[in-house]
Design a protein around this ligand. Structure first.
Ligand SMILES: *Cc1c(COP(=O)(O)O)cnc(C)c1O
Length: 347
């Protein structure tokens, strides 16, 4: 089973899939024509889904949030400009920077991969970037980010500040999004994706909310008709069923919290996570553990952080299979295993 790239391991529900297929079938009838280049209906659906008083003028979308971030760098970065991220963070940021000729600046985090307002401001002051990108919650560490840090980073930065909320829907219920910071902050861009919580990774739909002027700047760099009529129809269909599409988020959060709890019980050091995956330390030889799990049919991720591995929260059965396979490798601290004892054993 694949628990390596933070996909939603639950498929699109059958009734939603049927509605999406019907909408795509209708769209096929018109594919001799170019699609709506302003993807107006999709922007209306996304504004409605996000709420927070946002209107279609605040919304942009592209083929995955990777493309959204690439377009941000094409519009606001490029030769002679720089992008600051706080490492370890999403591995695509330096690649997208390099592809657009933007200089990548690696800022430091605090202990346990946290990012305080003071550290964010100090790094922005030290490195003076043109663009700042904050991954909230952060991939690959899972670390949530406070609104205080985002607001402080915004005040310290002289250019655009991007908050990548790819995992926003997995945050604890009621936790505020950076969307709440948008009013009065014209340099703030909040990017989202349908790839994770929406179980729509294969459809390639990412989007952002920002001041209409920032959205306009992206119109200058996108290719004409960059979102196909089929993508637009499928995304509008999925958004019409957002409650059902997001129905598994609660269950995934339960498995995520279970991973944190049980990994600690097995003697590892899981980090706190607001996403659908958990980074855990205390792994003596990550490569060997990765290979041993793979031999048992469980694919997780070695993200290159010494002593750590990352695992995606799957279905209950997948999470159980991962924990059972890991327990079978013995405790990392060499202590007597209780968690690994077979069900029904006395000790
Ligand atoms: C998965 C992920 C994305 C999403 O990429 P898509 O192109 O929308 O599939 C963006 N940012 C982060 C941090 C991610 O982990």
């Amino acid at each position: 089973m694949a628990l390596n790239v933070n996909e939603n391991t639950h498929p699109v529900p059958d009734d939603v899939a049927a509605d999406i297929v019907a909408r795509v079938a209708t769209a096929i009838g018109g594919v001799n024509r170019y699609p709506d280049r302003e993807f107006t209906e999709l922007r209306e659906s996304l504004a409605h889904y996000l709420g927070h008083g946002l209107t279609p003028e605040n919304i942009w979308a592209a083929n995955g949030s990777n493309e959204v971030i690439q377009q941000i760098l094409q519009a606001f970065g490029g030769p002679g400009r720089s992008l600051l991220g706080f490492t370890p963070t999403y591995s695509m940021y330096p690649l997208l920077a390099s592809g657009t000729g933007t200089v990548w600046l690696a800022g430091a985090r605090d202990a346990e991969f946290e990012l305080s307002p003071e550290t964010a401001v100090a790094e922005i002051t030290r490195l003076d970037p043109d663009i700042v990108i904050l991954c909230a919650p952060n991939n690959p560490t899972g670390t949530p980010l406070s609104l205080e840090t985002i607001a402080a980073a915004y005040d310290a930065a002289r250019g655009m500040v991007v908050v990548d909320e790819a995992y926003a829907e997995f945050m604890p219920e009621g936790e505020p999004s950076a969307l709440t910071l948008l009013p009065g902050r014209p340099r703030l861009l909040v990017s989202r994706t349908m790839s994770k919580a929406f179980a729509f990774a294969g459809a390639r739909v990412g989007y952002l909310a920002a001041d209409p002027a920032a959205v306009d700047a992206l119109r200058l760099v996108r290719l004409p008709y960059h979102l196909s009529a089929l993508t637009q129809a499928a995304a509008v269909g999925a958004l019409a069923h957002s409650d059902e599409m997001l129905g598994m988020v609660g269950e995934i959060r339960v498995q995520r919290d279970r991973l944190v709890r049980e990994l600690a019980g097995l003697g590892y050091r899981p980090h706190r996570s607001g996403s659908n995956f958990v980074l855990f330390g205390g792994v003596a030889d990550p490569h060997a553990t990765f290979e041993a799990l793979l031999a048992q049919g469980v694919l997780i991720r070695d993200v290159g952080i010494p002593g750590h591995l990352r695992v995606t929260a799957g279905t209950e059965a997948e999470t159980t299979a991962f924990l059972t396979a890991l327990a079978s490798l013995g405790r990392p601290d060499g202590a007597q295993s209780s968690a690994a004892a077979p069900v029904g054993s006395e000790s």
